[in-house]
Ligand binder design. Structure first.
Ligand SMILES: *[C@@H]1O[C@H](CO)[C@@H](O)[C@H](O)[C@H]1NC(C)=O
Ligand SMILES: *[C@@H]1O[C@H](CO)[C@@H](O)[C@H](O)[C@H]1NC(C)=O
Ligand SMILES: *[C@@H]1O[C@H](CO)[C@@H](O)[C@H](O)[C@H]1NC(C)=O
Ligand SMILES: *[C@@H]1O[C@H](CO)[C@@H](O)[C@H](O)[C@H]1NC(C)=O
Ligand SMILES: *[C@@H]1O[C@H](CO)[C@@H](O)[C@H](O)[C@H]1NC(C)=O
Ligand SMILES: CC(=O)N[C@H]1CO[C@H](CO)[C@@H](O)[C@@H]1O
Length: 661
């Protein structure tokens, strides 16, 4: 007889992990002693971060311990390499921090949630603010609590080049953009003859291609807040968190912070800083450049932090660095600027920006006219900005929204696009950087927003606008003599499960009265045909609207051809889905019947019925498009080759910009 079989050991381990998967007590803290930054954290030399320690004593539930009284006498030490573990106060030469205590609750699983029985947890905690590690190498942090319990965090300070490779860097983010969407956008916007594209996307023509992984610290699906956090700081965090590790305290501004590339760039290089987005400007992707909070929904405070940093929000939480008011802030989101419920302390925040030396513009005409010498705030609508398709092809859709950024209840009909904003931002950053370079983030936010509402056409319009913006940026940098000095990186923060799986004959589809027959209008494989979006139709005056819609190179010539692409968030026949492994062999999701393919009632019998998106001849999902990419050009771009983690984007950018000292 042998001992425990390996299979049994694996099963036991998985069982433990599984119970910790959902409704975790606290992300990145599987034990009752929590260290933030947690195990596996990487650091950029000299970048600021806070430490938060928590000792948990659950009052009840499966982890109940110490009669619900957390150990207040925990100790915390740090060692460099194989050196001695020194108390945190000695290691960083800081004062002992006061003890904090609080109570929180959570549900252990869905049964507990249904039953309304939360676990109550008492916490003892300390925080040490604004520390930094300068010397590259391995560090070990040890939290000792409850007598013999210990939580160990392995930290690494990465090596960073002393040499500055790039004077400027521009980071383009296609929010939610996947390779499948880029491929679909190319399909509708670039003409192909006998299998050869006559023109390409600008992204297709970048010098370097890489892939990055977007998962967050405690969940494999990320949101835009913690994915942007990873891209800008090198630290993974939790959903909704901006540049902090999520602790268990109620205050969403006291969580342990870490420095962003924008703050680091300001502090170490003193260069010019730009923030451009087609979203409301307090939205997660722009917010993550300059703001620190566990709750991305704190829009007023987020905008306040753009000017003043987190230290002025709460002086007890010392934080020595900030964006110092970016030189350029362009986007939507007038709700945070018009005096009222959404603005910081109800003030007219346009005026506050003006008092800090900003030009303020509220339309494309004003943007075109404003000078380049001063810092500039451009807010062009309430909420998110208009979509490319509506601005350019269906402009009547901009009417009736009463979303003027001035708050006068007129319509914001004179909005710039991402390209207008980005090129103007470059001019201002170029004029203002005093030879110290600039860093800009420019976000095509509504690729994501339109994918969320399954409006694929608008999403692809946004993606094509991003591509057009990158193309124009390269040309513009060349014109002003900065192309050779500028690292350009294009990536996404996460994907959406969108793909194209065929073509659709919309005329045939509309002519069918039966839902099942309608699906036969979808053509797969050899029946998918070719893209009709680049074929101009109707040149008579009667069809002038179609001609107006023509956007020439790099955009579709028409958006409503008879033969459209068939896309969706999944491609499947009618079937059942119960999300469990089929233990008896490969699944057979659908079978043929006299009425065409139907879902197989024997497959996943406990699951629910899913309506298919494929023609009635297809009994399985079909091949499709999909990927997640990083494109780069210019000095330092070689580092972006290969497959890596989202946090590596920060380290590669900071390295290229020479921010290590
Ligand atoms: C914590 O330490 C203090 C002072 O050393 C001591 O008085 C107290 O009893 C300790 N508490 C626990 C729970 O060990
Ligand atoms: C834990 O105690 C609280 C307070 O008494 C109670 O409401 C809750 O249902 C308890 N939870 C469990 C899992 O027993
Ligand atoms: C409101 O104003 C106070 C100072 O008067 C400031 O400390 C605080 O951060 C402000 N809050 C916001 C959200 O602007
Ligand atoms: C500032 O932070 C401290 C420490 O976390 C907290 O006790 C206090 O309530 C905060 N103040 C405000 C106004 O949020
Ligand atoms: C104009 O386009 C519409 C829609 O495609 C079509 O039905 C109509 O026949 C066209 N008219 C002319 C005069 O070409
Ligand atoms: C055909 C269709 O789906 N039309 C919708 C377009 O979007 C508007 C605004 O959301 C809806 O009201 C329409 O029903």
């Amino acid at each position: 007889m042998r001992g425990l079989s390996p299979a049994f050991v694996v099963a036991a381990v998985l069982l433990q992990l599984a119970s910790a998967q959902t409704f975790q007590r606290l992300g990145a803290c599987p034990t009752l002693g929590c260290i933030f930054p947690p195990d596996q954290a990487d650091f950029f030399p000299g970048a600021f971060f806070d430490i938060r320690l928590e000792v948990h004593a659950p009052v009840n539930g499966t982890e109940a311990s110490a009669n619900g009284v957390p150990d207040q006498n925990f100790t915390f030490c740090i060692q460099q390499g194989k050196g001695k573990c020194q108390d945190v106060t000695k290691f960083f030469s800081v004062k002992q921090s006061p003890l904090e205590t609080w109570t929180f609750s959570y549900f252990e699983d869905l049964f507990a949630k249904d039953a309304g029985t939360p676990v109550i947890v008492n916490v003892a905690s300390k925080a040490y603010r604004a520390l930094s590690l300068n010397k590259p190498g391995e560090y070990t942090a040890r939290l000792k609590y409850n007598g013999r319990s210990e939580t160990v965090a392995h930290w690494r300070v990465r090596d960073a080049s002393k040499r500055k490779k790039a004077k400027n860097a521009i980071l383009f983010i296609g929010d939610g953009m996947t390779q499948a969407m880029i491929t679909a956008a190319r399909l509708i916007a670039h003409k192909s003859i006998n299998g050869r594209y006559q023109t390409l996307m600008q992204m297709d023509q970048m010098e370097v291609l890489g892939h990055q992984m977007t998962h967050s610290i405690d969940s494999f699906i990320t949101d835009s807040a913690n994915s942007a956090t990873a891209l800008y700081t090198g630290h993974k965090s939790s959903v909704s968190a901006l540049n902090v590790y999520a602790d268990s305290s109620r205050n969403s501004f006291d969580d342990p912070k870490f420095e962003t590339i924008a703050e680091l760039f300001r502090r170490r290089r003193g260069g010019a800083l730009g923030m451009v987005s087609t979203a409301y400007i307090a939205d997660a992707t722009p917010a993550a450049l300059c703001s620190h909070t566990r709750d991305r929904g704190q829009s007023a405070s987020i905008v306040y932090e753009y000017l003043y940093g987190p230290a002025k929000l709460n002086s007890t939480l010392s934080w020595p660095t900030s964006c110092e008011g970016p030189d350029v802030v362009f986007g939507g989101g007038a709700e945070q600027f018009i005096a009222g419920a959404g603005s910081p302390n109800g003030t007219d925040f346009y005026k506050v920006f003006q008092s800090e030396g900003y030009n303020v513009v509220n339309s494309k005409s004003q943007l075109d006219k404003v000078g380049n010498k001063k810092k500039t705030l451009g807010i062009f609508s309430k909420s998110n900005m208009a979509k490319w398709l509506d601005r350019n092809v269906y402009p009547e859709n901009l009417r009736g929204l009463k979303n003027s950024p001035t708050g006068d209840n007129t319509d914001a009909v004179d909005q710039p696009g991402l390209k207008d904003m980005t090129l103007k931002a470059i001019d201002i950053l170029h004029a203002r950087n005093n030879g110290k370079g600039f860093f800009m983030m420019s976000e095509a936010a509504s690729i994501d927003k339109m994918m969320h509402v399954l409006d694929y056409d608008r999403a692809l319009g946004e993606l094509l606008e991003l591509d057009d913006t990158i193309r124009a940026t390269i040309a513009h940098l060349k014109k002003i003599g900065e192309l050779e000095n500028t690292l350009i990186v294009v990536t996404a923060d996460h994907g959406h499960g969108f793909d194209v799986f065929g073509g659709a004959d919309t005329k045939y589809l509309a002519a069918q009265t039966d839902d099942r027959k309608k699906r036969n209008a979808i053509g797969v494989y050899e029946s998918s045909g070719l893209s009709e979006y680049m074929v101009a139709k109707g040149s008579s005056p009667a069809n002038v609207s179609i001609v107006i819609g023509a956007q020439g190179p790099n955009f579709p010539v028409q958006w409503d051809p008879r033969y459209t692409y068939a896309g969706g968030f999944a491609a499947n026949p009618d079937r059942r889905e119960g999300f469990t492994v089929n233990t008896t062999g490969p699944r057979i999701p659908a079978t043929s019947s006299t009425d065409g393919v139907v879902g197989n009632p024997l497959d996943q019998p406990h699951g629910f019925h899913v309506d298919g998106t494929l023609p009635l001849s297809a009994s399985e999902g079909v091949h499709s498009l999909q990927d997640v990419s990083v494109f780069a050009n210019g000095p330092g771009s070689e580092a972006f080759r290969g497959v890596y983690n989202s946090i590596d984007i920060f380290f590669k950018l900071a390295d290229a910009l020479g921010l290590a000292h």
